[in-house]
Design a binder for this molecule. Structure first.
Ligand code: OAD
Length: 253
């Protein structure tokens, strides 16, 4: 029996008894949609220094430079479509719906889970297509892709910033609160495509595990969670999630 089949069965057992299903995702699940990850080969943080483009200090020092970086990412996210990994996860949520509640906690800012049909998506790090005014606090998703002017301005004349979380900033209170609550009551947590190195997201699988959840990791590389998870499924999300979803659907019957 392969790890994949065992993992699917263990997951279905939890789901069938009404235990909550939670996924925590990171940049790796979007890689097969053409959006680069942050760390590792070709990662965004190997090309840019976060302190130059993704901190409040960097933004105030040079809003145009910070916006050019975010606009490049906006263009990639705008063009990206859900890949088999996103669709596999959405299918698992749909199939589990008759038995239990589920949620997706994501560190990603690309909206691909919602586009794939996932429900109850908690965005920990914001949404790259949204901008927020530093004067009137209004948010907008209406800016052109690519931007016609950098830095863009609000209708009120104020400077707009991307509505994402930068290094050194707190996460939106509502989102991290909800993420902690879902992690505490998770019967199973799928951790897909994250290096699990950035807090507070990195602690969520540990919260889940401490509360008795079954932990399953989907990642081509070992991570900090590998020693903690019951199953470490080695491969890309695009390869493994459709297979896991198929086996899971079968085991639910
Ligand atoms: P990382 O770039 O740190 O990690 C990506 C993970 O995805 C690695 O463990 C890879 O092995 C794995 N991976 C790569 N390709 C994959 C694939 N096709 N399928 C599955 N897994 C794959 O990205 P995150 O963990 O998301 O924060 O990083 C967390 C946060 O750090 C980001 O949200 C961002 C960044 O700084 C902010 O910008 C606030």
């Amino acid at each position: 029996m392969s790890d994949l089949a065992d993992a699917a069965r263990a997951l279905a057992e939890r789901t069938c008894t009404g235990k909550t299903l939670v996924a925590l995702t990171g940049a790796g699940i979007s890689a097969e949609s053409g959006i680069p990850t942050f760390r590792g080969e070709g990662g965004l943080w190997t090309k840019y220094r976060p302190e130059d483009v993704a901190t409040a200090e960097a933004f105030f020092r040079d809003p145009a430079q910070s916006w050019r970086f975010h606009d490049e990412l906006r263009r990639l996210c705008h063009e990206a479509r859900p890949n088999p990994g996103d669709l596999g996860l959405a299918r698992m949520q749909a199939d589990a719906a008759a038995h239990c509640e589920s949620a997706v906690i994501t560190q990603n800012i690309d909206h691909l889970h919602q586009d794939a049909g996932s429900t109850r998506v908690i965005e920990l790090h914001g949404d790259i297509m949204r901008a927020r005014c530093l004067e009137c606090n209004a948010t907008t998703e209406e800016l052109p892709v690519p931007l016609e002017e950098v830095p863009p301005r609000c209708e009120c004349g104020g400077l707009l910033r991307p509505d994402v979380v930068w290094f050194g900033e707190l996460l939106p209170e509502e989102a991290i609160g909800a993420a902690r609550r879902w992690s505490e009551r998770a019967g199973a947590m799928l951790v897909i495509g994250t290096s699990a190195t950035v807090e507070p997201a990195a602690s969520l699988p540990l919260i889940a595990r401490m509360s008795g959840a079954l932990l399953i990791e989907v990642n081509p590389e070992p991570t900090a969670l590998t020693g903690v998870a019951e199953f470490s499924l080695r491969g890309t999300a695009g390869q493994l999630m459709p297979q896991l979803a198929e086996l899971f659907a079968h085991d639910l019957r």
